[in-house]
Design a protein around this ligand. Structure first.
Ligand SMILES: NC(=O)c1ccc[n+]([C@@H]2O[C@H](COP(=O)([O-])OP(=O)(O)OC[C@H]3O[C@@H](n4cnc5c(N)ncnc54)[C@H](O)[C@@H]3O)[C@@H](O)[C@H]2O)c1
Length: 395
């Protein structure tokens, strides 16, 4: 049985990934230090509904399905915690069988501070973001170097690494001809937040480790994800992933739907021409699965752009208004002064066929899909706090 280690397994994407692979017969271990939950508590940004602890979720999953997800609670910026996952010194906080599962075949690296606004609250949060994200990635590279160069790493990067260049965005790499000679380089990257800058630095750390130690890494440049339910969360309501709708941790589609339900005018920044690639949480799961099934080669940093379609912010707001109105909500759109420093009108033409080529079948953001999300969020309408929807963290 393949062993998959998921770093950041309590998160919005990590927990659904754990259940997805567990259900498909993989041996799954999750690691998390509750960074995300603690940050939400510290910053007082409520989640839509409470979620059980990671240990409780693993227990519920086991009761309902008979599958075991081993749980480690620990901070991966500590190199000894990272190394314990490879050298057998690990202590599981929850497991059916507490014996060491063995060295992982695949490591999913999701364990990062994932919010651009968080990274720009002030210098303190900037430092937390930089040190957390880079130390986790570097600790992982050295653990692999020292214990298991054969493991395949699937890291989630971000399309935000590329920024919005005035040329087509390729999948990670660009062949450049200069003074009559050619070479292949990482596609030029220019992030527009400190969080995104750490993701660029991750890519550089991983590219270094691949060149030096022949590691096998797939880096998925992901766009903002939307959605709540996955096939596995239907097993029990308590297994639904965390859902944020606030300005710091909420992603735009999730936020707009929540705003529509409580009658808060949709917060479009500036003219809303910012165009990005998006994907359904179900497609994140498919993308990582296909990446695991067809791993990168030793010495390869394979990069895919993990998006399924592109929208401008205004297009998303209009879709939310249309769907909301059909469901009886009086949805307003409000253009507000943009707290971010970003282009509101720009060229955007990313390539994203690599994941489709290895078998991913996209779920698109149709009116029906959005209606389904409205139906879930409205169940928790009474929990929604207007005061966390927009605070205007400035760049
Ligand atoms: N959600 C999106 O729309 C999106 C888009 C692009 C990229 N990504 C990337 O995908 C990955 C997962 O994102 P997410 O939305 O699930 O975020 P998340 O915050 O929900 O998940 C990350 C998890 O990692 C954990 N973590 C962070 N630092 C840790 C540490 N030092 N030790 C142990 N655990 C730690 C957090 O507690 C959290 O549970 C991130 O790397 C993020 O940058 C997410």
């Amino acid at each position: 049985m393949q062993h998959i280690l998921i770093l950041g397994g309590d998160g919005y994407l990590g927990w659904p990934t754990a259940m997805y692979f567990s259900r498909r017969g993989y041996n799954v271990t999750v690691v998390d230090n509750y960074f995300r939950r603690n940050a939400c508590t510290e910053l007082d940004v409520g989640m839509l509904y409470p979620v059980p602890t990671l240990q409780e979720r693993a227990k519920i999953w086991h009761e309902k399905t008979g599958h075991e997800i081993k749980v480690v609670i620990g901070d991966l910026t500590d190199p000894e915690i990272m190394r314990s996952l490879f050298n057998g010194r690990v202590k599981y906080q929850w497991a059916v069988d507490h014996a060491f599962t063995g060295i992982p075949d695949t490591v999913m690296h999701y364990a990062e501070q994932p919010s651009a606004p968080y990274s720009l609250i002030n210098y303190k949060y900037a430092n937390i973001t930089i040190s957390n994200n880079l130390l986790v990635t570097n600790n992982l590279m050295f653990a692999l170097r020292d214990y298991n160069r054969d493991a395949h790493v699937v890291h989630i990067g971000t399309m935000g690494e590329y920024g919005t260049p005035n040329i087509d965005i390729e999948e990670g790499w660009l062949e450049i001809e200069h003074k009559g000679r050619k070479d292949r380089f990482l596609f030029p990257r220019q992030a527009s937040s400190l969080y995104h800058t750490t993701k660029i630095m991750d890519t550089d750390l991983m590219w270094f480790a691949v060149r030096m130690w022949n590691l096998k890494i797939t880096d998925l440049m992901q766009g903002p994800v939307y959605g709540i339910e996955t096939g596995e969360s239907e097993v029990d309501d308590r297994l639904k992933t965390i859902f944020n709708y606030d300005e710091i941790f909420g992603t735009v589609v999730n936020r707009f739907i929540t705003q529509a339900i409580v009658g808060y005018p949709l917060t479009v920044y500036g003219q809303g021409g910012q165009t990005r690639g998006y994907l359904n949480i179900k497609d994140t799961l498919q993308c990582v699965e296909k990446s695991v099934e067809t791993p990168a080669r030793p010495g390869e940093l394979r990069i895919f752009n993990q998006i399924m379609e592109t929208f401008s912010v205004m297009e998303l707001a209009e879709l939310t208004r249309k769907v909301g109105r059909k469901l009886g909500y009086e949805v307003q759109i409000k253009s507000i002064e943009n707290p971010r420093k970003e282009a509101e009108e720009h060229y955007y033409n990313p390539a994203y066929h690599g994941l489709l080529d290895i078998g991913v079948i996209p779920h698109y953001l149709t009116e029906e899909v959005m209606q389904g999300m409205f139906r879930v969020v409205e169940e928790y309408k009474d929990n929604i706090r207007n005061d966390v929807i927009f605070k205007g963290i400035k760049w």
